[in-house]
Design a protein around this ligand. Sequence first.
Ligand code: TRP
Ligand code: SF4
Length: 399
Amino acid sequence: MYADRVLSGMRPTGRLHLGHYHGVLKNWLTLQNEYQCLFFVADWHALTTHYDTPQLIHDSTWDMVVDWLAAGVDPSQATLFLQSRVIEHAELHLLLSMMTPLGWLERVPTYKDQQEKLTDKDLSTYGFLGYPLLQSADILIYRANRVPVGEDQVPHIEFTREICRRFNHLFGREPDFEDKARQAVKKLGSKKAKVYEECRTAYQQQGDDEALSTARALLSDAQNLSLGDKERLFGYLEGSSKMILVEPEALLTQSSKMPGLDGQKMSKSYHNTIGLREDADSVTKKIRTMPTDPARVRRSDPGNPEKCPVWQFHQVYSSDEVRQWVVNGCTSAGIGCLECKQPVVDGVLRELAPIAERAAHYEANMDLVRNIIADGCEKAQELARETMRDVREAMGLGY
Ligand code: TRP
Ligand code: SF4
């Protein structure tokens, strides 16, 4: 019924680094070629935990947009916008809050986890409890069916699916829905109607997901149905209600293989990052001073790449050939560590060069960046408004 639509957001709480690039952004670059994509700065989400540092959010928001553009996110392919500039997100969040059981929010695993982890902050706030619901509003307002996220966000997508189903169940019914749906089934023609009915039964009675996909495909291809009938049949398939909001699916992002300078995962909190817009000298220096296998005290001591963080960088940046050279040279003390690091320095700089070039272009033209965002916000708002019209109507607010 709706074309595939991808949506994802990132919280502006600091500069992006190679971990974000390998973990998230490269995935976005692929997606923007394949789907309609909406990418946004989740500044309200950042405020739920960083409400005491507004300046950080302000600065990080613009830095983040420049980082995205520098990484190659293409505003002519993807829509880039700021959450707080599409205020309909807040309206949907409010309306959804009316039907969201408190227990569902309290049970989201990130709620207690984060509260326990970020002990320096009072997170017993209304806003923080509502974090997953705000995220649901972000997703549902665009009827986005694919949401690229990391493992840690999967519970939020599951939560969103439950909210979506609850909403459609509560508000998606037309008074004469059953009758209209049965009429619509007939319009499919007897052969397709039979397949549809069989799939519907298999899904509703045995939870057969394959049957669900088959029936959905059948509906997508059906030429002779009005849009309203099509929508009814999609709803009838899953439980006799009209789908006002669309259930999203997580597009699980492979966790980043990008190591940090100390061999742990690259992360701001470990102070082991290489920034996306860091200059070549600083990058070179950071790599040249990276720790190596502690057994190699002297140049003449053989080492073991498995015990060396530099080796993990070779996994990301080097060819088989270079890696063979590392193994041989390291274990025989045939090469020095600085020598070994040079291909890594070259690899990282090669990756960062086009990013730096695009960044320079945008940094020198912040008006251009602001225009890209203004355009994106406008486009996003148009889509959000369409959904809100249906939502208001369904909730009795269609005055
Ligand atoms: N919670 C997400 C994170 O921390 C950010 C986010 C907010 C998001 N709204 C979203 C991600 C909607 C995907 C879709 O990474
Ligand atoms: Fe690490 Fe390379 Fe030195 Fe071996 S030679 S310890 S792999 S930096």
